[in-house]
Design a protein around this ligand. Structure first.
Ligand code: NI
Length: 261
């Protein structure tokens, strides 16, 4: 069964048919979904989804584009939400120098604080990094402890960098981009990575894989991503689905003392 390790079903792109899409996901073998928040408001919406749907879990965190809304009071509120029973990670957090919406120092500050929060609570981190390769690596290295676990979501950097993260025990999130013809670097990353370090994700509503590139994405497209990974690694797609599911469970549910199945 497929484990969707990173989705944004609270996004307004799903306002007209959220219920239908999620029902279809369940029917098509998407067994577990981690809905990832990005702003204070989306934390609330994510928690509501985890309450409504038995197969949806949540990640609580503030995306680098949105860290301007954080202060000590809202950070305290965030900490409280992390103890909700279905919260399985702190995320997504990190650095984004592509959109560059907030000052780099402010992005780094709240990235550090949120990584420390995850460490304190025994939760894994979901790291977002765009055009900030070296600064992200430096921050993750600084925060690294033997207990802090996580995933570098929607990985877009080199095989060498992927190796650095894997050496620290991180998982690498692989999304629809791996199906794009021109994604040469990411294909190299997938070939090189042990399957035991890969998570499947959509980042929906964004980044739909081929043949649905450019359309609204959903977890229903995950089989295309799984197939692309299987082809690159020259293994059966069933093995990709089985191992990546076990990986996601190990990452998200290890500290929860619960086995949802
Ligand atoms: Ni995301």
């Amino acid at each position: 069964m497929i484990f969707e390790s990173h989705a944004h079903y609270d996004d307004s792109a799903f306002d007209l048919d959220r219920e239908e899409v999620l029902k279809q996901c369940k029917e098509e073998g998407i067994e577990t979904i981690v809905n990832v928040s990005a702003s204070l408001d989306s934390v609330k919406r994510t928690l509501a989804l985890t309450e409504k749907y038995e197969f949806i879990y949540g990640a609580v965190g503030i995306h680098p584009d949105e860290v301007g809304e954080l202060d000590e009071a809202s950070f305290e509120w965030l900490r409280k939400q992390c103890s909700q029973p279905k919260v399985v990670a702190v995320g997504e957090i990190g650095l984004d120098y592509y959109w560059d919406k907030e000052k780099h120092e402010l992005q780094k500050y709240w990235f550090r604080r949120q990584m420390a929060l995850a460490g304190e609570l025994g939760l894994p981190v979901i790291v977002h990094s765009r055009e900030a390769a070296m600064d992200t690596l430096a921050e993750v290295k600084k925060a690294h402890t033997s207990e802090l676990r996580g995933v570098i979501h929607c990985f877009s950097y080199s095989p060498e960098l992927a190796e650095e993260y894997v050496d620290m025990g991180y998982y690498i999130g692989i999304g629809g981009v791996v199906t794009f013809k021109n994604a040469r670097k990411l294909k190299e990353v997938v070939k090189m990575l042990p399957l035991e370090r890969i998570l499947l994700e959509t980042d929906c509503p964004y980044l739909a894989p081929e043949p649905n590139r450019g359309k609204r994405n959903s977890s229903l497209n995950l089989p295309y991503t799984a197939r692309a990974v299987a082809e690159l690694k020259e293994i059966e797609v069933e093995e990709v689905i089985r191992v990546t599911e076990a990986n996601a469970r190990a990452l998200y549910f290890a500290g929860k003392g619960e086995s949802p199945l």
